[in-house]
Design a protein around this ligand. Structure first.
Ligand code: 2AM
Ligand code: CA
Length: 260
């Protein structure tokens, strides 16, 4: 069997136990060595790096596919099958609040996510989606999200940076069911997929933040675009607007197309 012919079911069966091992690495008590990256709130620890090393070694040995990882693994090209990994999404939470952080792993085929897994580490929840086959949480199918509700009838997830940068977003939040923020983009997207929030708005996400979770959202019936409504390309950094279909369209109209 060639590595290109490994089915997504076979890959899931291999990858999920590895992600459980990675989860145990994250949960093992240890003094953290914390370093800053682009700014004082952009953190990395030795555990982020260890998880990435562990998964990169195991996954490339088993499959031969190259990996893009936040903590150092780079790609020459997105052609064919590649892994996209965030070893800890929400490192500030890992360090400071000790909950709401995730391991995010996607298999991307010619730039399109085909398999996405987001692990909520402290809750032990494995969110898994294969393209065209629905989304699951610990093997239980995630219901399709509501499709008729407008943004005024939903809880919305965004960050203070977006609220400061987009004045119309501030008023939309006031008009909504309320504003939430958890600090892990992957888990925030999963909140939308699971019907607990109607939309997620972010100005600047990287491929490893969203490659897995956008597939989970799409498979649960959400609409996934950039903040201006254009198509998402998980290979490129940029903005994101993910929502239940009518929350997405009504919020997009309010923010971009129909300013008051
Ligand atoms: P990370 O923990 O993997 O860096 C928190 O604001 C969310 O935004 C997390 O998903 C975090 O991912 C992501 N993020 C991306 N760039 C960031 C940055 N420069 N500083 C803090 N968080 C960042
Ligand atoms: Ca990270």
């Amino acid at each position: 069997m060639t590595t290109e012919s490994i089915s997504l079911d076979e890959l899931s069966a291999v990858v999920i136990p590895l992600l459980e091992q990675a989860r145990q690495i994250a949960l093992a008590p240890e003094e953290l060595e914390i370093q800053t990256k682009s700014d004082r709130n952009d953190l990395v620890t030795q555990v982020d790096k260890r998880i990435e090393q562990f998964l990169a070694k195991e996954l490339t040995e088993i499959t031969g596919y190259p990996m893009l990882g936040e903590e150092g693994h780079t790609l020459d090209s997105f052609a064919g099958r590649v892994w996209v990994l965030d070893p800890i999404d929400g490192t500030m939470n890992y360090v400071a609040t000790h909950r709401d952080y995730a391991i995010s792993l996607a298999l991307v085929e010619d730039g399109i996510p085909a398999l996405g897994i987001v692990v909520d580490v402290t809750k032990g929840l494995f969110y898994v989606a294969q393209k065209g086959k629905g989304a699951y949480c610990n093997n239980k199918k995630i219901d399709v999200v509501p499709d008729k509700l407008p943004y005024q009838d939903a809880v919305l997830i965004t960050d203070i940076k977006e609220i400061c940068a987009i004045p119309r977003l501030k008023q939309a939040l006031v008009d909504s069911r309320g504003h939430r923020r958890y600090g892990s983009a992957a888990l925030e997207l999963v909140e939308v997929a699971c019907g607990r929030a109607g939309a997620f708005v972010h100005l600047w996400v990287s491929p490893w933040d969203i490659a897995a979770a956008t597939l989970i959202c799409e498979e649960a019936g959400c609409t996934v675009t950039r903040l201006d409504g254009t198509n998402m390309d998980v290979r490129q950094k940029g903005s994101i607007l993910v929502g239940w279909p009518n929350v997405h369209s009504s919020l997009l109209k309010r923010l971009v197309q129909d300013p008051r």
